[in-house]
Design a protein around this ligand. Structure first.
Ligand SMILES: Cc1cc2nc3c(=O)[nH]c(=O)nc-3n(C[C@H](O)[C@H](O)[C@H](O)COP(=O)(O)OP(=O)(O)OC[C@H]3O[C@@H](n4cnc5c(N)ncnc54)[C@H](O)[C@@H]3O)c2cc1C
Length: 281
């Protein structure tokens, strides 16, 4: 359970590229507040369409220009070798040294999956094209990826990404610490030797969380669901209870060797700052 303790702790915050002017202004403020916590990096998600991809690029450069390490996400969906090569070149030339490499999910209505089928192929390509320049992070699923045949196959597929050259992993969010502990044990038995940083989703809005979790296969345990349902539309009560639950989860993870935390901020700072304060980090 403590096999991850040997790694240096990594703390990071994830954002999505804003689509509106108001969103840009909000994100600037949020990032300013979170930068004060001295994270190892800020990461920015990557969508399937061309314009959202430009937004990722712009958001990444803004972060980097403010002196915080930025880690752009890259995905296989609708990507060709040629356009991934161009993106890598642009990032390389702008001093970016970290990438989060993913398969992505095909949006409904989009037919072309792209030239890479799985994230391990993208990792391999990044290594082929750029050698050791980028520190590559990949996704991991302590509760098993929703499309995986089973947990064993999913673990084997995770190992492919590590063998292709991933340096670290960030997990899908979860609320059951044991899922993480059993997962890192299984990874150790498979000879997977990289830091696996838990992804943390603060709880602020039950219906949104429920929808999200259904889509990405993250489990909200029954006891938590039932308690959250009781709060109805009382956002303050949900936030207060969520803060307790997620702070406890983070504490247990760190106390038992998790090599850091990656926060899915949803471009908000309040809950992440409150959890951070509770953890005395
Ligand atoms: C930290 C994090 C950040 C994310 N950021 C983004 C983002 O910015 N943009 C976005 O669109 N999505 C993002 N996602 C979502 C992610 O793209 C989805 O979860 C997607 O469904 C899987 O991506 P992956 O990289 O894990 O895929 P993969 O590792 O390719 O796995 C996908 C599925 O295929 C199976 N598989 C993998 N390799 C093989 C193989 N060689 N042969 C057969 N089966 C295989 C796996 O078991 C799994 O079921 C993120 C997820 C996480 C955890």
């Amino acid at each position: 359970m403590r096999s991850q303790e040997k790694y240096e702790r990594l703390f990071s915050f994830e954002f999505y590229p804003p689509k509106t002017e108001e969103g840009v202004v909000n994100l600037q403020l949020v990032q300013q507040q979170l930068a004060e916590l001295n994270p190892d990096f800020f990461s920015v998600t990557f969508g399937a369409g061309g314009s959202t991809r430009d937004n990722t690029y712009e958001a990444v450069l803004k972060i980097q220009n403010k002196g915080v390490d930025a880690a752009p996400h890259l995905s296989c969906v609708a990507s060709t070798r040629e356009n991934i090569r161009e993106i890598l070149e642009r990032y390389h030339d702008n001093g970016i040294s970290k990438i989060v490499a993913l398969r992505g999910d095909l949006p409904s209505g989009m037919m072309s999956a792209g030239e890479f089928r799985y994230a391990n192929e993208l990792v391999e390509f990044i290594r082929q094209e750029t050698g050791d320049h980028f520190q590559i992070h990949v996704a991991a699923y302590p509760e098993v990826h929703p499309q995986a045949q089973n947990g064993i196959e999913d673990l084997k597929n995770f190992k492919r990404k590590v063998e292709a050259g991933a340096n670290a992993a960030i997990t899908q969010y979860f609320y059951t610490a044991e899922a993480y502990f059993y997962f890192v044990d299984a990874c150790e038995k498979e000879g997977i030797d990289i830091p696996i940083v838990p992804g943390i989703m603060p709880i602020t809005n039950y219906s949104q969380l429920f929808r999200f979790s259904e889509m990405c296969g993250a489990d909200i345990p029954r006891w938590l669901r039932k308690r959250l349902e009781c709060f109805g539309d009382d956002r303050d009560a949900i936030k207060a209870f969520g803060l307790d639950v997620v702070s406890d989860l983070c504490r247990r993870l760190l106390d038992n060797g998790a090599p850091g935390l990656h926060f899915y901020t949803m471009n908000q700072s309040e809950s992440t700052l409150a959890i951070w304060k509770n953890l005395n980090l």
